[in-house]
Write a protein that binds this ligand. Structure first.
Ligand SMILES: Nc1ccn([C@@H]2O[C@H](COP(=O)(O)O)[C@@H](O)[C@H]2O)c(=O)n1
Length: 333
C-alpha cells in the first residue's frame, strides 16, 4: 500500500489534494478560524459549505441534528463507517482504487487464471450492485452469489496468512486525505469507531495497521478469513456480510452495541444505500447524522442519496467534511 504520508509530508499532501479540486480552499484536517461575529454553527456551515461537492437536501435538518448532538456532548457519540470507497479513495489520478477484495485478487497470491475469473465476476456483478433500476430485493441473491463465488475462488488459491501484509503493501489502496486527523482525533477523544465492511476484515485491518491508525477505539465487523494450522486459507468465518445485509450483520453484534449503549448519537459514513443499515443495532438511538459519498453513476443515483443521506459528497475524495463534523462536536464540549 502506498501510504498517503499526510503527517510526515504536508507539502506533498497539499499538492495531491489540490489536483483533485483546485477550487477547494478547505483543509482536510480542519483548523479553527476564530471570528467573534459568527456563532459556532455559522462557522461550521461556512467551513463545510466551502466544499463545492457537498449537497444537502435539508440544511435546517442537518443543523437540528447537530444541535442535539452538540448539546448531548461527545461522550454520547459513536462513529460507524463503511470502509471500501468511504474511508478509502474511489479514484486517484483518474484511476480506480482497489477494494479489500481487489487488493487480494490483484496480488501475487492469486494465479493469473483465477485473477481472470475474479475480474469476470467483478465485471458482471458490480454493475448490478450500483444499478438503480433493480430493487434491493432483486439484487440481494445476486450479491450473495458474487461474494460466495469470489470467496470460493479465493479459498481454492490456498492463500497464506503471512502473505497478506505484502499484498497490502504492494497495493494501490489509499485512505482518503484527512484520514490521520479522522482516526487520531476520534481516538484522542475516546470516541468509538466501528468500521462495518462487506470487504475482507484481515485485509482491512492490515490497511489501517500499515497506515498506523489502528487505534484501540477501532472495532471492525467484516468477513474474516479462517486459516488452518499451517496458516493456509481454508474458509471464511461466520455469516457472510455483503453490501445489502448490514442490518443482519448489525443485529448479530448486539454485544458491541450493548457496550456502547450510552453512546446514543451516531455519525454514520457510507457510500452505498446498504450502508444506511449499519446503525440498526444501536440501542436507544437519539440522533444520527448520515454522510454519504456518491462516487459512481452520479446522475442516476443523486436523488436517492439526497433522500437518504443528510449530507452527500459527490465525487469528493477527502474526509474533510466528516472531520469538520467531528471537530465541531468535540470542540463544543
Ligand atoms: N468480490 C468482491 C465483492 C465485493 N467487492 C466490493 O467490496 C465492497 C464492499 O465493501 P464495503 O467496505 O464497502 O462494505 C463493495 O463495494 C463491492 O463492490 C469487490 O470488490 N469484490
Amino acid at each position: 500500500m502506498r501510504k498517503n504520508k499526510n503527517k510526515r509530508q504536508p507539502a506533498k499532501r497539499k499538492a495531491a489534494s489540490q489536483t483533485q479540486n483546485s477550487k477547494r480552499p478547505c483543509s482536510d484536517s480542519p483548523k479553527r478560524t476564530e471570528n467573534p461575529q459568527l456563532t459556532p454553527f455559522e462557522i461550521f456551515f461556512k467551513e463545510i459549505e466551502k466544499f463545492s461537492k457537498l449537497h444537502m437536501k435539508d440544511r435546517d435538518r442537518v443543523q437540528e441534528i447537530l444541535q442535539s448532538m452538540q448539546k448531548a456532548g461527545s461522550k454520547t457519540l459513536q462513529v460507524i463507517s463503511d470502509f471500501d470507497m468511504t474511508l478509502t479513495r474511489f479514484e486517484y489520478n483518474g484511476k480506480r482504487c482497489p477494494t479489500c477484495h481487489n487488493i487480494l485478487e490483484r496480488s501475487d497470491a492469486i494465479s493469473s487464471d483465477c485473477k481472470k475469473k475474479l475480474q469476470e465476476l467483478l465485471d458482471k456483478y458490480y454493475p448490478i450492485e450500483i444499478d438503480t433500476k433493480r430493487s434491493v430485493e432483486e439484487k440481494m441473491p445476486l450479491m450473495v452469489e458474487w461474494w460466495t463465488k469470489a470467496h470460493e475462488l479465493l479459498v481454492n488459491q490456498k492463500i497464506k496468512k503471512d502473505g497478506l501484509a505484502e499484498a497490502v503493501k504492494d497495493s494501490e489502496a489509499k485512505l482518503r486525505d484527512g484520514y490521520q486527523y479522522f482516526f487520531d482525533h476520534l481516538n484522542e477523544h475516546s470516541i468509538p469507531l466501528l468500521i462495518f465492511s462487506a470487504g475482507i476484515g484481515d485485509i482491512l485491518e492490515e490497511v489501517i495497521r500499515q497506515t498506523e491508525v489502528f487505534h484501540p477505539n477501532v472495532k471492525v465487523i467484516s468477513n474474516y478469513m479462517d486459516f488452518d494450522e499451517s496458516g493456509v486459507l481454508k474458509a471464511f468465518k461466520g455469516e457472510l456480510i455483503h453490501i445489502y445485509n448490514k442490518k443482519e450483520g448489525a443485529l448479530l453484534n448486539t454485544g458491541h452495541f450493548q457496550e456502547l449503549r450510552t453512546r446514543t448519537n451516531v455519525l454514520l459514513l457510507g457510500d452505498s444505500l446498504g450502508d444506511l443499515n449499519m446503525a440498526d443495532g444501536v440501542q436507544d438511538m437519539e440522533n444520527i447524522l448520515k454522510i454519504g459519498f456518491l462516487n459512481d453513476k452520479v446522475e442516476e443515483r443523486k436523488q436517492s442519496y439526497l433522500d437518504s443521506y443528510d449530507i452527500v459528497l459527490i465525487k469528493h475524495e477527502t474526509l474533510g467534511v466528516p472531520n469538520a463534523v467531528i471537530r465541531f462536536l468535540t470542540d463544543s464540549n
